[in-house]
Design a protein around this ligand. Structure first.
Ligand code: AMP
Length: 291
């Protein structure tokens, strides 16, 4: 069963009758990546809220807020089809919270911003000033409104996951944060609502991003960190020369600091501009040390 909720008043009424629920925050235009988050939530929760809100505060002035695809009818259909696809979901209920107006989330004269430091200083945080303020501010509001026991996020937005975990830890919010693996197309490109902006040629170009990331991941899966440096540097040199990479970094996945001798797992993360479309991707690998 599915229910579409358009206002926070309606949301309060529905939520007050329910006990433990999960939340999957999205900006809609749902693809299989989003659907895998919803499926994971439905594995553990009979009642799942999916929010669909294109959050203006997480877009920069020259970004794609206006043209971001808004496809509520199709999104509702996708979730309906999922629930009808298996008797497994016969008891499940998904509440789609799709605020009918930005004012439902940001009332007139809204003037509060949640800023998380440190973990936002690199990667997307460095390239998109204010982006993670917008993310943290909207996610906090969704948590306060829906009071979920767990919330599901995609590893594709790895830095976003770290930001949300820090938000929850610092403000002691009673929400479990679940991170779900990145879903990819068969060619290896991570699914993204922005992939539809790409021409065939631009899509081919964009494959450099997952390809360079997985080349480095493959090296680190087989070789100890120090011994791998020569081969990794060769790849990094190619990446540096290619101006389409907005950033490409290998960092400690726990805190996004430089890798040091205490690092257990690295994050290999990049942003790539194909045409005018900006795409991000990453992989994490546990690193080996020579004995
Ligand atoms: P968005 O609608 O882009 O804000 O994404 C909503 C949620 O879906 C975020 O937690 C994303 O990390 C997640 N997500 C987006 N793309 C993928 C993907 N390819 N695989 C898994 N999760 C994803």
């Amino acid at each position: 069963m599915i229910d579409v909720i358009l206002s926070r008043d309606e949301l309060h009424k529905v939520r007050s009758k329910l006990e433990r629920v999960a939340l999957v925050p999205t900006m809609g235009n749902l693809h299989d990546g989003h659907m895998s988050l919803i499926e994971s939530a439905l594995e553990s929760y009979r009642e799942v809220f999916v929010s669909i809100f294109v959050n203006p505060k997480q877009f920069g002035p020259n970004e794609d807020f206006e043209k971001y695809p808004r496809t509520l009818e199709e999104d509702i259909k996708k979730i309906t089809n999922l629930l009808e696809s298996s008797s497994h979901y016969s008891e499940s209920k998904v509440y789609i919270f799709a605020p009918s107006s930005i004012l439902e989330i940001y009332p007139k004269d809204f003037n509060t911003t949640i800023t998380i430091k440190d973990v936002t200083s690199k990667l997307c945080g460095a390239q998109r000033p204010g982006h993670f303020d917008g993310v943290a501010t909207v996610v906090y509001q969704l948590f306060a409104l829906i009071n979920p026991e767990a919330a599901y996020f995609g590893q594709k937005d790895f830095q976003q996951c770290l930001v949300i975990k820090k938000l929850v830890k610092d403000l002691r919010l009673p929400v479990l944060i679940k991170t779900i693996a990145t879903k990819r197309d068969i060619d290896g490109l991570a699914l993204s609502s922005r992939n539809q902006y790409l021409s065939d040629e631009q899509r081919k170009e964009a494959l450099s991003l997952p390809s360079k990331i997985s080349q480095i991941a493959d090296i680190l899966k087989t070789q100890p960190w120090l011994e791998a440096q020569g081969e990794i540097n060769e790849i990094l040199e190619e990446v540096i020369k290619d101006k389409r990479f907005q950033y490409f970094e290998i960092l400690d996945s726990e805190n996004l600091k430089n890798v040091n001798d205490k690092t257990k797992e690295v994050l290999i993360a990049g942003a790539f501009i194909s045409g005018t479309t900006r795409l991000i991707d990453n992989e994490t690998v546990e690193i080996k040390y020579a004995r």
